[in-house]
Write a protein that binds this ligand. Structure first.
Ligand code: ADP
Length: 290
């Protein structure tokens, strides 16, 4: 089973496409990372793949079926969208938040039954939070909230998980916990598409990486083939160095110098960073003078 975008374009404002002919395939059983600068179209692409937005051109296919021909309920049974952390107004319990994932399986106005509770509890167990089932969701840490949202996606019974920046604002241990869980789930047959701002997580966890720049796919393939310093310079407008340890572990670290010539629109240009440095220097000088 595959979830695939074929040449999709999307515009919020007519004549200003934020996705331009994007083709991406996600297979059941794989982790695919989607990287790109802020504003490059990652969330929009995720929402098109989830069926939440309809592309102006191109098609999204789930297996052989056109995603937009399926009912919202059928889509939700196959694809779970895991947003960045959301803070509900009401003090739902952890179990209640996970039970919300059962909505596509319930009849209109029907309340979740014993079986739904069992599925929700199994999903919480899979993310290691069954012990927190009766705590208030809003009282959890950011990392635990993300795990609960993943559990909600699992309770949905979907084959594909689309996760929007699950590694943002988490300490390294929690990032590892969340991304290892995602890997384990794909080993059980799920497919996961993960947006991220971390080239190092993208080197480490996925099977494949897609690099998006200004609404176009500029590279896709195995992490070590896609995440090269020259390509990252082109995409992010800054220099990286690839370090390879004796054990074969790789890490991408920012180099000292910055490229100012190829900074893409919306990123900090060389002139901006010079300006910020000068501002910081003058503030420090003003403090010292007090
Ligand atoms: P990313 O996730 O890579 O940061 P997004 O998909 O959120 O990128 O945004 C891509 C572009 O679309 C950006 O220029 C953003 O400002 C614009 N955009 C996103 N959401 C909306 C919206 N609801 N209305 C108008 N423009 C939007």
């Amino acid at each position: 089973m595959r979830l695939a975008a074929h040449g999709i374009s999307y515009s919020y404002v007519p004549g200003r496409p934020v996705l331009r002919g994007v083709s991406v395939e996600l297979a059941a059983g794989e982790v695919l990372f989607l990287l790109g600068p802020n504003g490059s179209g990652k969330t929009t692409l995720l929402e098109c793949l989830a069926g939440l937005r309809r592309p102006g051109a191109g098609r999204v296919l789930l297996g052989d079926a056109d995603l937009h021909r399926l009912s919202p309920r059928d889509r939700a049974r196959r694809i779970a969208y895991v947003p960045q952390v959301h803070r509900p107004v009401f003090g739902y319990s952890v179990l209640e938040v996970v039970l919300m994932g059962r909505a596509p399986h319930l009849g209109t106005f029907a309340a979740p039954g014993r079986e739904d509770r069992e599925v929700a509890r199994e999903a919480l167990e899979a993310v290691g939070l069954l012990g927190h089932a009766h705590r208030r969701y809003t009282e959890l840490s950011g990392g635990e909230m993300r795990l609960v949202l993943i559990a909600r996606g699992l309770a949905q019974g979907a084959t594909f998980l689309l996760l929007d920046e699950p590694d943002t604002h988490l300490d390294p241990r929690h990032q590892h916990r969340v991304l290892t869980l995602v890997r384990d789930l794909t080993a059980r047959g799920l497919g996961a598409l993960v947006t991220s701002h971390s080239p190092n997580n993208a080197l480490h966890y996925p099977d494949r990486v897609v690099l998006l720049s200004a609404g176009r796919v500029c590279a896709q393939g195995a992490p070590e083939e896609v995440l090269t310093p020259p390509r990252l310079r082109e995409t992010y407008g800054m220099e990286f160095v690839l370090l390879v340890g004796g054990n074969g572990h790789r890490a991408l670290v920012p180099a000292q110098g910055r490229s100012s010539s190829s900074a893409p629109t919306g990123s900090e240009s060389g002139a901006d960073s010079r300006y910020l440095r000068e501002r910081a220097d003058s503030l420090l000088a003003a403090r010292k003078g007090r």
